[in-house]
Design a protein. Structure first.
Length: 143
């Protein structure tokens, strides 16, 4: 299973996500609350996927983390945010709206892993899920 970095400033949500991911067999490489923590953890652990909140502690933005991760081999990025419509999301594969169901988080990460591996996004897409421009350029492949 892919190694996942959780970047979320709300520790209750981060712990909830970590529990979900571990229950589904994922390895969580760490939890970061700030841009600096996220970049440092990513450099150390080299995650395959990043679950990335948009608004982080200390006024940081997830988009800044995503831009800085491009130099680390371009991990798959799933933004998980309640602010989808407020900011143009770049340097990511997809976005999942908060609040989300555990099954939607897992499915969203599966789709992003598929995009990284094959360049395609395979439906079904979970509720509140949206492909970003980079991923939208890839043809969707029906199962």
């Amino acid at each position: 299973m892919p190694k996942i970095l959780i970047v979320e400033d709300d520790l209750m949500l981060a712990d909830f996500a970590e529990e979900i991911l571990i229950e589904h067999g994922y390895e969580v490489s760490g939890i970061a609350r700030t841009v600096a923590e996220a970049v440092a953890l990513a450099r150390q652990s080299r995650p395959d996927l990043v679950m990335l909140d948009l608004r982080l502690a200390e006024g940081g933005l997830g988009t800044e983390v995503a831009a800085r991760l491009l130099t680390l081999g371009k991990p798959g990025i799933l933004y998980v945010t309640g602010n989808m419509s407020q900011v143009a999301l770049t340097n990511g594969d997809a976005c999942l709206a908060k609040p989300y169901r555990p099954v939607d988080l897992v499915r969203g990460l599966e789709i992003v892993a598929g995009i990284v591996a094959t360049g395609t996004a395979q439906p079904p897409f979970p509720h509140g899920f949206q492909l970003l421009d980079r991923a939208a350029d890839a043809p969707a492949v029906l199962q």
